[in-house]
Design a protein around this ligand. Structure first.
Ligand SMILES: *[C@@H]1O[C@H](CO)[C@@H](O)[C@H](O)[C@H]1NC(C)=O
Ligand SMILES: *[C@@H]1O[C@H](CO)[C@@H](O)[C@H](O)[C@H]1NC(C)=O
Ligand SMILES: *[C@@H]1O[C@H](CO)[C@@H](O)[C@H](O)[C@H]1NC(C)=O
Ligand SMILES: *[C@@H]1O[C@H](CO)[C@@H](O)[C@H](O)[C@H]1NC(C)=O
Length: 261
């Protein structure tokens, strides 16, 4: 074999090696708890979501996804309770995303929509301060807050599109989302030090609040759930940006599904 041909052969194999290596380097390996669907059925998506939740909640460093349970709130939440009561909540922490169970997950491909019906048990803890009037009492106090919500139902609709990255690989992109929550009635709120110096009055006020659990859940849980879902959508987008469409779905996409960013 002549030196020239041997050189060429080496060059070719090095080039081939480089291309393969390059090709695999670009894809972040899919975690083993992600089970791509080969069909667009509720059964498959529901199962895949169930399989994915514990792993995703533990965090996926390669996709820049931190552990999600507990989820720390990085901002203060202010709520206006009925009767001109202003409450601020800070150092908040939401526990329970890992308990979420999907009841039904559907893909409506023609509408570019995913629909999630899930339920979770949540505990929210943090510090509160409150200013206003509840019952006959003027309150100006602060303390720690704990709210436990059992079987919080969430209906979430996510509108997406598929865009191409610079290598021509498809990626989901979340366009928008909306959700509805049904807080059920299984809820318990505890605020310490509500009425300074009187545990009895504090307990009475708490009892009143707890007997209006739907209202409390909406006013108190609502903004925190807004935060948690927005956070979860941000995390989901990072997931979609890290893994290609072909990695996370076995249902081929026709060209018409790609859109401009
Ligand atoms: C959040 O509230 C706490 C207590 O009221 C306050 O000390 C802190 O400065 C607030 N943080 C922000 C970012 O507003
Ligand atoms: C929530 O907690 C209740 C009571 O502990 C339990 O029966 C239920 O299975 C839990 N639900 C979820 C979604 O974890
Ligand atoms: C609220 O929390 C405090 C402190 O943890 C506890 O002593 C009290 O029994 C709780 N109250 C209710 C109604 O659960
Ligand atoms: C989600 O991302 C947007 C855009 O980066 C940001 O403004 C928003 O604060 C994030 N939401 C949460 C809950 O972190």
């Amino acid at each position: 074999m002549s030196k020239g041909i041997e050189f060429l052969r080496n060059l070719v194999s090095v080039t081939v090696l480089c291309i393969c290596f390059h090709g695999t380097l670009q894809l972040v390996p899919l975690p083993d708890f992600i089970h791509p669907c080969g069909e667009l059925t509720d059964e498959c998506f529901t199962k895949a979501t169930l399989d994915a939740i514990p792993g995703v909640v533990r965090g996926i460093p390669e996709a820049d996804i931190p552990p999600l349970d507990p989820l720390y709130l990085d901002r203060n939440i202010t709520m206006n309770l009925p009767g001109n009561v202003k409450m601020t909540f800070h150092n908040g922490k939401l526990t329970g995303l890992s308990t979420c169970i999907p009841d039904k997950v559907s893909s409506r491909r023609e509408k570019r929509t995913f629909i999630f019906d899930i339920h979770c048990n949540f505990t929210i803890r943090g510090q509160y301060s409150i200013l206003g009037r509840i019952l006959l009492f003027n309150l100006d106090t602060e303390g720690s807050a704990k709210i436990k919500i059992w079987n919080q139902r969430i209906h979430l609709e996510v509108l997406e599109k598929v865009i191409k990255d610079k290598n021509g690989e498809g990626h989901y992109k979340i366009n928008s989302y909306k959700y509805k929550a049904d807080y059920g009635s299984d809820l318990k709120l505890n605020l310490t030090n509500l009425f300074r110096g009187s545990p009895q009055i504090s307990a009475n006020i708490l009892e009143v609040l707890n007997s209006n659990s739907q209202l409390v859940a909406q006013e108190f849980g609502g903004p925190i759930l807004d935060y948690a879902i927005d956070y979860a959508m941000n995390v989901t987008q990072r997931f979609f940006s890290t893994y290609t469409y072909d990695q996370i779905s076995k249902v081929p996409l026709t060209e018409e599904f790609f859109e401009e960013d």
